[in-house]
Design a protein around this ligand. Sequence first.
Ligand code: ADP
Ligand code: MG
Length: 222
Amino acid sequence: MIEIKNIQKTYNYGKSNAFQALNDVSLTINDGEMVAIIGKSGAGKSTLMHILGCIDEFESGKYYLNGEDVSSLNEKKRAQIRNSKIGIVLQDFALVESYSVIENVMLPLYFSKGIKGKKEKMAKAIDVLKQMEMYEFVDKKVNKLSGGQKQRVAIARAMINNPKILLADEPTGALDVKMSAEIMSIFEKLNEQGTTVIIITHDMEIAKKCSRIIEISDGRII
Ligand code: ADP
Ligand code: MG
């Protein structure tokens, strides 16, 4: 499903402040896997996730997604792939705080072609929010929610287009132990339903719940 080969990623490439964040990274992740990516702060975890999520470009190497070469697509094409195939839960939720829960979850539907009318969009959002046990909060403003509830909204938003792949960057980083366990059980459920799940984490307890752990150090997989 996901295959990256010899990826090099340098921020400020070609400039005096260039910084190589990924060095010769190769990785295969199969359909249906649940993988943890671990490593110290600054190791390159988020950089790798942004590449896997078709958010960022890289200067050399290859990325095949379901056999399709997505290495050198322009931003528009990458956005299309992101919308149709990949759900992303960014660090610190990245929700629109002043919007309601359902407005946040519906946002990606305005960038994809699938669901046309507003009623249909709302029905789809409610459906995903029910799966996250957030039905009772649909009309609540995000800034009134707890951390665990915000994370459920972020996951609902990531799942709204039924992506085959779900990427999450430190999804339990801001949560206490009990809420972390609840969020992990959501990821486990989504994985059982067939979603490939990739979780970046600092927490070994979280990583141990995944079927494979990939460790990054100084921009290399070790
Ligand atoms: P992690 O998620 O493992 O903490 P990151 O992937 O965010 O690490 O960052 C890896 C390295 O790349 C760090 O040294 C960081 O300072 C650097 N870096 C990240 N983003 C940028 C950027 N936009 N410009 C320059 N350097 C960056
Ligand atoms: Mg990070």
